[in-house]
Ligand binder design. Structure first.
Ligand code: NAD
Length: 420
């Protein structure tokens, strides 16, 4: 049975929580406001029974955690992964609150999951699971209530099923999810938005520092949606992609990998290690410590530990994934003077693109990809400028500055709305 009345829980991720607490102290935010921000508004857990193709029954578990909605409807991805339990979803939900606030989007933060390994289910079973999940959560979702999006293990096809199931109950509602296929109200440019957004933020950083990105050597961990679009965009700017990796291994070339060939190989389902080029094969993890100028971890959380951070050769780390640098790793990078552009800024292009899709659905209007990308560039560049300004004036890291801005906005709205 749906459980929408769970007691308030503190987001479990202590790393985010300590950043939030630190920002709250710096900003002198009232204790009662902090108490609201430390807990989730609503946690919903549902059972999702499905009949498998062989006639057996599986009961999967789904979750939706809505952290804070003071600034607008809840927004956040829907992840299909066996480890995506309530603890993980709680931490990711609060991260979304800070990300949407930092990007100044009219959204709160949420995250959802279905605890399955999608690779173990047929297409029919996945569709049945998704439809059941959409119906079971429909009472807490909605165009102006909570809007899921694809995440690890889900994609545009999942969002199409989800939207269709929700609409069958509540009437045609394309804006109830983002990341849909273009034909169903998806926005041209949304797929590229996270990688492009990261490239725009990096471009703004480079301009501020007087760097020329042309000729800079980039290493990218992960070559999925985020990593591949980062490679494509930075290659277009004249940077050399010197190392990439995926779950199967990595490749390295000090003169620069042939990005077009790499994209051809991976877009047909191959690994980066399947390219025909003569680049050196390296272990997946070694991409983090190769000789390069800029490191973009865009695969997993927690990959840049203190040990890895001590061996990073890059002058700058840009977080494409969520939480790729651990708190210990962050400390080591800080001591070594290596700046980190934090996840809530660097990969915020995805949720910003989702915002554009949502507004277009509500207006029943479409933008060209060019308009989408130009508006994305403006927003990402403006967010970077604000973060860099606060970092400089307060003498803090880019991550600390990002949390100061994000937390300050949410706290102010919580107080204005009279929650406390
Ligand atoms: P994806 O599933 O498309 O790609 C993940 C990539 O990481 C794949 O190439 C996979 O092979 C690789 N990988 C997995 N394990 C690895 C390992 N041990 N070593 C090296 N590579 C490994 O995922 P994505 O959409 O590109 O997302 C990547 C990260 O960015 C995730 O942390 C996600 O939460 C975050 N993120 C994604 C978006 C988005 O819009 N896609 C937005 C914000 C944040």
């Amino acid at each position: 049975m749906p459980n929408t009345h769970a007691p308030p829980h503190a987001p479990a991720d202590s790393a985010i929580q300590s950043l939030v607490d630190q920002a709250a102290r710096t900003l002198n935010i009232r204790d009662d406001t902090v108490a609201v921000l430390r807990s989730n508004y609503r946690e919903t857990s549902v059972q999702i029974p499905v009949r498998r193709d062989d006639g057996s029954m599986v009961v999967a578990h789904g979750h939706r955690v809505q952290h804070n909605g003071a600034r607008g409807p809840y927004k956040g991805g829907l992840r299909y992964h066996p480890d995506a339990d309530l603890t993980e979803v709680r931490a990711l939900a609060s991260l979304m609150t800070w990300k949407t606030s930092l990007l100044n989007l009219p959204f709160g933060g949420a995250k959802g999951s279905l605890q399955i390994d999608p690779a173990q289910f047929s297409r029919r079973e996945l569709e049945a699971l998704t439809r059941r999940l959409a119906i079971s959560l429909s009472h807490v979702l909605g165009t102006h209530r909570d809007i899921p999006a694809p995440d690890v293990g889900t994609d545009a096809r999942t969002m199409a099923w989800f939207m269709d199931a929700y609409s069958s109950r509540r009437g045609y509602s394309p804006a109830v999810v983002t990341g849909k296929p273009i034909e169903l109200g998806g926005a041209p440019g949304r797929t590229a938005a996270t990688g492009r957004g990261l490239a725009y933020v990096l471009g703004a950083f480079a301009q501020r520092e007087g760097w020329d990105l042309a000729g800079r050597r980039i290493a990218i961990q992960g070559f999925g949606n985020v990593g591949s679009w980062v490679a494509r965009e930075l290659h277009l700017l004249g940077a050399h992609i010197v190392a990439v990796s995926d779950a199967f291994g990595g490749i390295h070339s000090s003169r620069g990998i042939d990005v077009a060939e790499l994209l051809r190989t991976t877009s047909s389902g191959g690994s980066v290690t399947d390219t025909d080029s003569l680049d050196d094969r390296i272990a997946s993890g070694d991409v983090l410590t190769v000789d390069c100028d800029i490191l973009v971890p865009a695969a997993l959380g927690g990959s840049v530990t203190a040990d890895v951070a001590a061996r990073v050769q890059a002058e700058l780390v840009v977080e494409g994934a969520n939480h790729p640098v651990t708190p210990d790793g962050d400390e080591v990078l800080r001591e070594r003077g290596i700046p980190v552009i934090p996840d809530i800024l660097a990969n915020g292009g995805g949720v910003t693109g989702s915002y554009f899709e949502w507004t277009q659905n509500i207006q029943q209007f479409t933008w060209s990809e060019q308009q989408f990308s130009e508006t994305l560039r403006e927003r990402m560049t403006a967010a970077f400028a604000q973060v860099a300004e606060v970092a400089e004036t307060r003498g803090v890291t880019l991550r600390e500055a990002a949390y100061l801005i994000a937390l300050g906005r949410v706290a102010h709205t919580v107080e204005l709305r009279g929650y406390v």
